[in-house]
Design a protein around this ligand. Sequence first.
Ligand code: S3P
Length: 175
Amino acid sequence: MGIRNNLNNIFLIGFSGSGKSKIGKILSRSLSYKFIDTDRYIEHIKKKKVHEIINDEGELSFRNIETEILHNLEYTKNNLVVSTGGGIPTIEQNNKIMKRSGIIIWLYASLEIIKYRLNKTKEIRPLLGNNLRSEKVEEMFNKRQKNYSIADIKINTDLKDPKAIMEEIEGLINE
Ligand code: S3P
């Protein structure tokens, strides 16, 4: 591993509902890496849900917290698997931090699959609005594709179970 540096951290990026948290958790366990989910970490530190932070303080404030968290993770102390919030790659500084700290893996899922998964979860995604079938999801999905394309590796997760995706990632990073 280490396409462009010697650090072994793994960043999972992708749209809401692409499976970053689930895959990150099992991947970290299998590799014996430490696991960080940026949304959960922010909620733990701020003692507030992500949707409350965005609604109360605004998206910009949330983005600044994300960058601060990403900047302060101790990449050299542990091997980390970091499951990132879907908007992290929209900020250039975040991409610089991730690029110099490890390998970036885009968990891609098609719009149909994303919509299906988002409709099944209870998590509130304020930037996607209340009606997940709305054009908002499609618009943001299309806009985000170029942000996620900064990844070193893209994995299509459609119709694959988490274990198969995890094994695919392990195979790729061990190449
Ligand atoms: C966001 C995605 C969310 C969360 C926040 C903003 C985004 O994370 O960070 O609601 O801008 O795409 P998930 O990708 O885990 O849904």
